[in-house]
Ligand binder design. Structure first.
Ligand code: HEM
Length: 419
């Protein structure tokens, strides 16, 4: 963690000052460029409104960027801030205030969830339109400038844009790292709380369960011969159920033991069929209440995995499917495919599906889909599932047909000769 903290403060010293001098030297951005940029300011001031409008037309023609620009008041405000931002590049006053301004832009975009490639693409628009303006103003003038004399102007413009990209994206990723650290901290904290809870609950639950099991056994020993057969059968089922419950509690306990301490070589051949079936025992009632049927293919493969962790992930995926299915009757299918040396377990539902643009993000911490906002959830379940699957050396991803349903796929190494 300490290492991460150091990394996330890259680019500034312990007092928060940004290493501007080094950056300017590295970009060969000096007094001559400053003079050139100041000389360009008047012509950029003249076209700044067209420039900014052109920039926003470009952004608005891409749905992923346009999604952030739905509120006309926000766009109006953004245009104003962008114009100020653009023109300040031509003041060529590269001090801490300038750098902090760029840092703020990085933080704003990161916390708003604007993807870094959109921001970078935005800077390309700055370069494209800026160069076009330099060329246009040179050919407008009576004595058109030679290509050689245009070069220093274009060069100075590119350098200052690259300075901005560096400052902005460094801050962008610094913010993302901090967000991730917070998410991890929450995860560890909730994990520790869960462990504590499980230990307390296990003690409180296991003792009475053992008593009930013993009583069942004593009744059977003493009175089986004089009981009607059906009654003896019922008591025996009760005893088995109680024993199963004890097993579930033990498994929960081992699942919540400190995962970060788990060695990497804990995986072993696991019969995924058995894992899925035992998860279903915990979920049948919940699915029934929502009129959802769950069908499981007959021959699921034996995989190299950690049984308890795989169980937790399948439990999480199936619980999600049950929670979000919006049709009646709901249906969930669990089946598998073999691809190369991997077994793929697939959980498919006929729920609302996931918009294509959200598919990659759903495994990030706190990413909850708009369509799910009304259903309670922490936004950590899938993130945690991904963590658990990757800890076993596997992969997890989602595919979806919006409106028709989703598939969650878990790939784990296959045991050779497994079916
Ligand atoms: C050259 C690239 C870009 C520059 C220089 C830039 C500039 C700015 C500036 C100066 C701010 C105000 C920051 C503040 O004071 O908090 C801002 C905020 C914002 N920008 Fe950008 N931007 C760029 C690209 C984009 C792109 C591609 C999008 C996506 C549509 C976008 C959407 C936003 C949003 C949503 C905010 C936050 C507004 C708020 O929280 O009130 N920007 N940007």
């Amino acid at each position: 963690m300490e290492q991460d903290r150091q990394d996330s403060s890259k680019g500034s010293d312990s007092s928060g000052e940004i290493d501007l001098e080094q950056r300017l030297k590295y970009l060969l951005l000096g007094e001559e460029d400053a003079r050139i940029l100041r000389g360009l300011k008047a012509s950029f001031e003249e076209i700044s409104d067209d420039f900014i409008n052109g920039f926003y037309d470009h952004l608005k023609s891409f749905p992923e960027a346009n999604g952030f620009l739905q509120d006309p008041d926000l766009v109006k405000n953004l245009k104003k801030m962008q114009k100020k931002h653009l023109l300040s590049m031509f003041n060529a006053k590269w001090d801490q205030a300038y750098a902090k301004d760029r840092e703020k832009v990085g933080y704003s975009h990161s916390s708003r969830g604007v993807d870094s490639h959109l921001v970078l693409g935005g800077f390309y628009q700055y370069a494209r339109m800026g160069i076009a303006e330099i060329l246009a103003s040179s050919s407008d003038s009576n004595n058109a400038e030679s290509a050689e004399s245009l070069y220093p102007k274009i060069n100075a413009l590119l350098k200052v844009i690259f300075l901005d990209i560096g400052l902005t994206l460094d801050a962008y990723f610094k913010q993302s790292t901090v967000d991730l650290e917070k998410a991890l901290e929450m995860l560890w904290r909730s994990n520790a709380e869960l462990k504590q809870f499980a230990q307390l609950a296990s003690h409180d639950l296991k003792t009475p369960l053992a008593t009930v099991s013993n009583i069942c056994e004593e009744i059977l020993d003493e009175y089986q011969d004089i009981m009607p057969g059906d009654t003896a059968e019922l008591i025996s089922v009760a005893q088995k159920t109680v024993l199963n419950m004890s097993t579930v509690i033990n498994e929960l306990l081992s699942a919540t033991s400190d995962l970060s301490m788990m060695p990497d070589d804990f995986v072993e051949p696991v019969q995924s069929q058995k894992v899925v079936e035992s998860v279903l025992e915990r979920l049948t009632t919940r699915a029934g209440q929502r009129e959802i049927t769950i069908s499981v293919a007959e021959k699921l493969p034996t995989l190299i995995a950690h049984e308890v962790l795989l169980k937790e992930v399948l439990y999480n995926l199936l619980t999600n499917a049950i929670k979000y299915i919006d049709k009646k009757p709901g249906h969930i299918e669990v089946f598998s495919e073999i691809r190369d040396r991997e077994g793929i377990l697939i959980v498919q539902d006929n729920g609302p599906g996931i918009p294509h643009e959200d598919l990659k993000q759903i495994f990030s911490p706190f990413k909850r889909l708009n369509q799910h906002q009304k259903i309670p959830g922490s936004g950590l379940g899938l993130y945690y599932s991904k963590y658990l699957i990757e800890k076993q050396g596997g992969r997890i991803w989602a595919e979806s047909k919006p409106g028709k349903g989703s598939q969650f796929l878990i790939a784990l190494p296959l045991v050779v000769n497994s079916t």
